[in-house]
Design a protein around this ligand. Structure first.
Ligand SMILES: [Zn+2]
Length: 487
C-alpha cells in the first residue's frame, strides 16, 4: 500500500511536471525576440527569387547536384513554406505582377510593375529600405530592367516599357549595387549620369573582383546575361559570385541593406521545357543561396528569404538513371558543368505546359529573427512583403502579422487564405481565426518542437486547451492508479 501510493504520488508529480513543461516554452523565447526587435538599426534582408522555381525545379536541381537523397542548400533551411501566387486579374501570374506583390504587398494585374490595377504607384520594399538609410542591391541573371528586378524600383503600366523603367532606375533611385545583363538598354547619357553619380561600371569577372566598396553597375552582357549552359566561366561572374560581391559591398553600410537576387533563367529554361538548362540554372541559384546562408549565419541582424514568383512548365521529375559521380567543389568548374549536363540528361521529366502554372511555390527562410514562425505554413505572395516590412520596422515576426494585413492591406489576401489545398487546411484555418496566440500554440504543438513565442498573455482559447490537458492528465493518473492497484 505504501509502495503503490508513493508510486502513484510520483506519477502524479510527473504528469504535472510534464504539463508545466508543455505549457511554458512561450516565456523564454519572447525575450530573445524582443532583443532582436529593439535593435532595428542595421537590420538587413536578402531576398532571393528563383524565377519559375517550383518545388519540382528544386527537386531536379537536387537530383542532378547531390542525388535524390542529398540536400541542396535551400533544402536545409528551417522554414519551408508554401506560397500562393495568383495576380489581381489572373489565376496564373506573370513575373511582373508577382514581383509587384512581393515587393509592395499589393496584388496587381499581369504585366504591371509597381502599380496597382488602377495605375496608382506603389511603394516598394527597396524604396522603404532607401528611406531608412539602408543600402540596396539588385542582382539578376536576366537584366536589371526585366520584370522581377523592375518590380522593386519601377512604376510602369507595362513591364515592356524598358525605357521608362531604365529612366526610373537612373533618375529616381540610388541602388548601390546593380549586377545583371542589359548594358545596351542604357543610353550613353544615362551611363554618363550613373558614372558621375559614383558608379563603377564593370563588365567582367576580373573587373567585378577588383571593386571592394562604393557603388557598382555590373553589366555582364550588352543583352541578357548568358544562360548557365553557355556562360563563359572565365569572363562572366556566376550568380554566386555576384551575390558574394553584393554582400561584401552592401554589408559596409551600418544602417543595413536590402538585396534582391534573381535566378532569372530557371523560368526561361522551363518555358523551353529544357531539363539541362533548368537543372543548371537551379543549381547555380542554390550556389548563390549558399553564400547568402553563410552571411546570415554570421550576421544575426539579417534574414534570408528564398522564394519564387511562380512555377513554370508544370514540371514533374519522375525517374532517373543517374551515374554515381557527383559534381564536387574540388573539381574544375567546367568539368562540373559537363557532369551536371550529363546527369540532367539522365533524368526523366514530364512538362504540362510551356507557360506558367498556379502551383504554389516554396518559401525557404533562415534567420534568428524568424524564431516565432512555424516551420511549415501557407501564405500568399503579398505576405512576403509583410514579413520584410515588419522586420525593417523592428516589429516582431510571428504568424499574427499576416492576420492584420490580410484584413487591412488588400481584399485579395482574404480570398487567398481560404484557397490552399487540403494538406495545409489546418494551419490556414487557424491563421484566419481572430485569436492570434491560440493559432500559434496549436501549430507549434502539432508541427514542430521548436518553441514559439508570443509576448501576449495567455488568452481565452488556451482555456479549452487547459481543460483538455486536465482531462488527459486525470485519465493518465487514473490509469496509473489502476495499474498500481493490480500489482
Ligand atoms: Zn517569372
Amino acid at each position: 500500500m505504501t509502495n503503490s501510493s508513493t508510486a502513484s504520488q510520483s506519477s502524479i508529480v510527473l504528469v504535472f511536471v510534464s504539463l508545466l513543461v508543455m505549457s511554458t516554452p512561450i516565456a523564454f523565447v519572447s525575450s530573445t525576440n524582443h532583443e532582436i526587435a529593439s535593435e532595428s538599426n542595421g537590420l538587413s534582408i536578402i531576398l532571393m527569387i528563383g524565377d519559375g522555381m517550383g518545388l519540382e525545379q528544386v527537386k531536379l536541381g537536387r537530383w542532378v547536384e547531390v542525388g535524390p537523397n542529398g540536400n541542396l542548400t535551400m533544402d536545409t533551411f528551417p522554414y519551408n513554406w508554401s506560397v500562393t501566387t495568383h495576380s489581381a486579374d489572373q489565376a496564373i501570374t506573370d513575373s511582373a505582377a508577382a514581383a509587384t506583390a512581393i515587393a509592395t504587398g499589393f496584388k496587381t494585374n499581369n504585366y504591371m510593375v509597381g502599380q496597382s490595377p488602377d495605375g496608382t504607384n506603389l511603394n516598394t520594399i527597396l524604396e522603404i529600405a532607401e528611406s531608412l538609410g539602408k543600402s540596396t542591391g539588385l542582382v539578376s541573371t536576366t537584366s536589371y530592367f526585366h520584370a522581377t528586378p523592375a518590380g522593386f524600383y519601377a512604376n510602369a503600366a507595362s513591364r515592356n516599357d524598358y525605357a521608362t523603367i531604365t529612366q526610373q532606375l537612373v533618375d529616381e533611385h540610388d541602388v548601390e549595387v546593380i549586377l545583371s545583363g542589359g548594358l545596351s538598354q542604357f543610353t550613353a547619357g544615362q551611363l554618363t549620369t550613373m558614372q558621375s553619380n559614383g558608379y563603377a561600371l564593370v563588365q567582367n569577372k576580373t573587373e567585378l573582383e577588383a571593386v571592394s566598396s562604393g557603388k557598382i553597375l555590373g553589366m555582364f552582357d550588352t543583352g541578357y546575361y548568358p544562360d548557365e549552359p553557355t556562360r563563359d566561366l572565365a569572363v562572366v561572374p556566376s550568380i554566386a559570385e555576384m551575390t558574394n560581391k553584393s554582400l561584401e559591398i552592401l554589408s559596409q553600410d551600418a544602417d543595413g541593406f536590402f538585396l534582391m537576387v534573381e535566378g532569372g533563367q530557371i523560368d526561361w529554361s522551363s518555358h523551353d521545357n529544357d531539363i539541362v538548362g533548368t537543372a543548371l540554372e537551379a543549381i547555380a541559384f542554390d550556389k548563390a543561396i549558399n553564400f547568402s546562408l553563410q552571411y546570415v549565419q554570421e550576421h544575426s541582424n539579417t534574414i534570408l528569404l528564398v522564394t519564387a514568383d511562380h512555377e513554370t512548365g508544370g514540371l514533374a521529375v519522375i525517374s532517373n538513371t543517374l551515374s554515381q559521380k557527383l559534381p564536387s567543389d574540388s573539381d574544375a568548374e567546367a568539368d562540373n558543368r559537363n557532369l551536371r549536363m550529363e546527369r540532367a540528361n539522365n533524368v526523366t521529366t514530364t512538362w504540362t505546359t510551356t507557360g506558367h502554372t498556379a502551383t504554389p511555390v516554396p518559401l525557404f527562410m533562415y534567420g534568428d529573427a524568424l524564431i516565432a514562425f512555424p516551420a511549415t505554413y501557407s501564405i500568399d505572395n503579398i505576405d512576403i512583403f509583410v514579413i520584410m516590412d515588419t522586420y525593417f520596422s523592428g516589429g516582431t515576426l510571428n504568424s499574427t502579422i499576416f492576420e492584420t494585413t490580410s484584413t487591412t492591406t488588400t481584399t485579395q489576401s482574404s480570398t487567398t487564405t481560404t484557397e490552399p489545398s487540403s494538406s495545409t487546411t489546418t494551419e490556414t484555418s487557424s491563421s484566419t481565426t481572430t485569436e492570434p496566440s491560440s493559432s500559434i500554440t496549436t501549430e507549434t504543438s502539432s508541427s514542430t518542437t521548436e518553441p514559439t513565442s508570443t509576448s501576449l498573455p495567455p488568452s481565452p482559447p488556451s482555456m479549452e486547451a487547459t481543460i483538455l490537458l486536465a482531462i488527459g492528465a486525470a485519465a493518465v493518473v487514473i490509469v496509473v492508479l489502476i495499474l498500481l492497484r493490480k500489482r
